[in-house]
Structures are given as structure tokens and as C-alpha cells.
Design a protein around this ligand. Structure first.
Ligand code: SF4
Length: 346
């Protein structure tokens, strides 16, 4: 039986048309799946009994179960572990709560092949890409949680969970089209950001999609030798190429690219780092987001104190490079950047 949430909206519309149903039925079905988040066709009350029977015969729509829900004691983050359908694996997602924003940090792969040394997900190795249904299922599960707490649905999305979204390009793009469609999640490009370790050919493709989403590049180092050691992908796509593609992205989309910069004390926050970043990034509109490295299992990296992170960001700002500091949420639930690692549960 086909899984309905792996179909594009266009495929659902065509299926409805092929079985001789009027167009508006497709819109109704899409709303039931993605806005009302039903898990059986019988719940689709305004859909005829005959059509519901046809749907039941052709498709399945059960949801991914949240096996783990960990709420931060600071009330600013919730970490979820969703059991993938017909799988023994769990994928992790995080909800970040900040005033009016409800940001879902979504995973795109089970594990990751890119091997960044500061990252828990990397330790799982690469298991497989998530399907469109599994990417969207995280959003459905988070909206279920919000709704059960009388809260509004997700307002913003960052593809910064487990895995490299741009290495799962086709499922990432097909999920995006459903996330952005007004009959489904209706979240605009300005409220979506994809984070990448720097898969340049996919960034090229993304530029050609003409979507208006934000791009965040994990830079994390100021020399190629240092970045080679932290992020092996740098051997294929070094810093100069990343900066060139970031400029191209800005020129094509008008969206300022963010460089995520993990601060490892004594390594990535030196005076030389400031000087080099100023040289590399001057002259185009971008932002450096400083992220104090998070404690992660057995990782040997040194965690900086608050003052040294502030000092580093200050130095960049004084020299004309916009620098912000990401206040890490969800540290107490291992939901912060670089801390996600889904586990097999059976
Ligand atoms: S930081 Fe991102 S790209 Fe690097 S290993 Fe972790 S999940 Fe993969």
C-alpha cells in the first residue's frame, strides 16, 4: 500500500482527478492530513464515504509515534524522539519556544555521513535518508504536541537536526513544497532556514529553485587546515569556495547568508581567527552566528565561557562583520546544536 504522505500535492490532486472526483476534494484531503493531522481516513468528515473507502484501499497515513518527549526545565525547548514508520529507528527533532515563535528543528537523515568531530549525530554514521513522510511527520508530531498544550502551530522551521538536508536533496525539496503550500503547512520561505556543512553542488541547485529560504553555512573555522580537521567535507569544498557560493546565494535571493561558527575555546576564537574572518567576509552582506560548542558525550573539544564568546563577537562587530551569539536552548535535554543522536529502540 502506498504511503500518502510520500506523494507530492500534485500527485494527490492528479489521483483525485483520475478517479473522477472534483478538484476541491484534493484540497480537503490535503487539509485533513497536514492541517488537521488525522491518522485515519474515517476522520475526514467532509469527505464522502465512497472516497474514504477508495483512500483506505490505496493508501496508509498512520503517524510516527513520539516515543520520547523531553521538556526543558527552562520551558524554552522540547526534544522529541519519533519512531519511524515500519522501522526500529527513532529520529530526533526539537521545538524551540521563543516569545511568539515556535521553531521546529527538523532532521533530514538518520545519522550523517559527514563526520564533523563536534557532532553527536556523526557518531551514528550514516544509516539512510529520511523520506518526505518522515521529514513532514516530525512537523505533524510537533504540531500535535503544541495543539495538545493549547498552543499555536509551528511558525518557523530550521533544517538543523540530524543529518545534512542538502545531501537528501530531493526529499528535502519535495517536503519544502508541502511545508510552503497554503493548503498544507503554509509556512513562507522567510520563515524557513536550511543549514548546511557546505554541499556546494546542492547550494547551486537550491539557487536555481528560486525559493526564498534562508541559508546557514556551518563555517566553524578560519583556515582550511583547521576546518579539514573539524569538518572533513572541507577537503572537497574549502572555505574560499563556500564564501563564493554564499555571495552567489545572496546575489540571487537577496537573503543574507548566516555563517554558523562554533566556538571551541582556544581554537576558533583567537585573535588570528578574528583577523582572518574579517578578511574573508568583508564586502558582502552576511552574518556570523557564534555558537558556544555544546558538551557532547566523549568529544574532547573545550567549551568557552560566556565572556570569551562575547569578546569574540564584539571584535567582529567592531570591525564591520555582523556577529551574533546563539543562546543555546535545550542543553538540559541534549536538544542543542550538535547533540542530536537518534537511537535504535528495538
Ligand atoms: S554537524 Fe551536521 S553535517 Fe556535520 S556531522 Fe553533524 S549532522 Fe552531519
Amino acid at each position: 500500500m502506498e504511503r500518502l504522505k510520500n506523494l507530492s500535492l500534485e500527485q494527490i490532486r492528479l489521483w483525485v482527478q483520475d478517479i473522477g472526483e472534483p478538484k476541491f476534494r484534493a484540497a480537503q484531503i490535503i487539509k485533513w492530513i497536514y492541517q488537521k493531522r488525522v491518522s485515519t481516513f474515517d476522520e475526514m468528515k467532509n469527505v464522502s464515504v465512497t472516497l474514504r473507502a477508495e483512500l483506505t484501499e490505496s493508501f496508509s497515513i498512520e503517524k510516527m509515534k513520539p516515543l520520547v518527549i523531553l521538556e526543558s526545565k527552562y520551558r524554552d525547548a522540547v526534544k522529541f524522539g519519533f519512531l519511524l514508520v515500519e522501522s526500529k529507528h527513532m529520529v530526533e527533532s526539537v521545538l524551540l519556544i521563543d516569545n511568539d515563535r515556535r521553531t521546529a528543528c527538523i532532521s533530514s537523515q538518520l545519522g550523517c555521513a559527514l563526520g564533523c568531530v563536534f557532532c553527536e549525530t556523526a557518531k551514528m554514521g550514516f544509516i539512510r535518508n529520511l523520506t518526505q513522510e518522515e521529514i513532514l511527520g516530525q512537523l505533524i508530531g510537533i504540531n500535535d504536541y503544541l495543539s495538545s498544550h493549547g498552543d499555536k502551530p509551528v511558525t518557523n522551521i530550521v533544517f538543523m537536526g540530524m543529518g545534512e538536508a542538502l545531501s537528501n536533496y530531493s526529499n528535502f525539496i519535495s517536503s519544502l513544497s508541502i511545508i510552503m503550500d497554503e493548503e498544507a503547512f503554509n509556512i513562507g520561505g522567510r520563515r524557513i532556514t536550511v543549514s548546511t556543512a557546505g554541499v556546494i553542488p546542492s547550494i547551486e541547485k537550491l539557487i536555481n529553485e528560486g525559493l526564498n529560504i534562508g541559508l546557514a553555512i556551518s563555517l566553524n573555522a578560519y583556515t582550511n587546515s583547521q576546518r579539514d580537521a573539524l569538518m572533513p567535507i572541507n577537503r572537497s569544498y574549502p572555505i574560499e569556495q563556500l564564501i563564493a557560493i554564499a555571495k552567489k546565494y545572496y546575489d540571487a535571493t537577496g537573503r543574507r547568508v548566516t555563517f554558523e561558527y562554533v566556538i571551541i575555546d582556544g581554537e576558533t576564537n583567537t585573535k588570528e581567527a578574528v583577523d582572518t574572518l574579517v578578511k574573508l567576509l568583508s564586502g558582502f552582506s552576511c552574518k556570523v552566528n557564534c555558537i558556544p560548542v555544546n558538551p557532547s558525550g566523549t568529544s574532547p573539544v573545550k567549551i568557552p565561557d560566556e565572556r570569551s564568546v562575547e569578546f569574540f563577537a564584539d571584535q567582529l562587530n567592531k570591525r564591520g562583520i555582523t556577529a551574533t551569539i546563539r543562546k543555546s536552548k535545550g542543553r538540559d535535554i541534549s536538544g542543542a546544536c550538535g547533540q542530536l543522536a537518534g537511537k535504535a529502540v528495538l
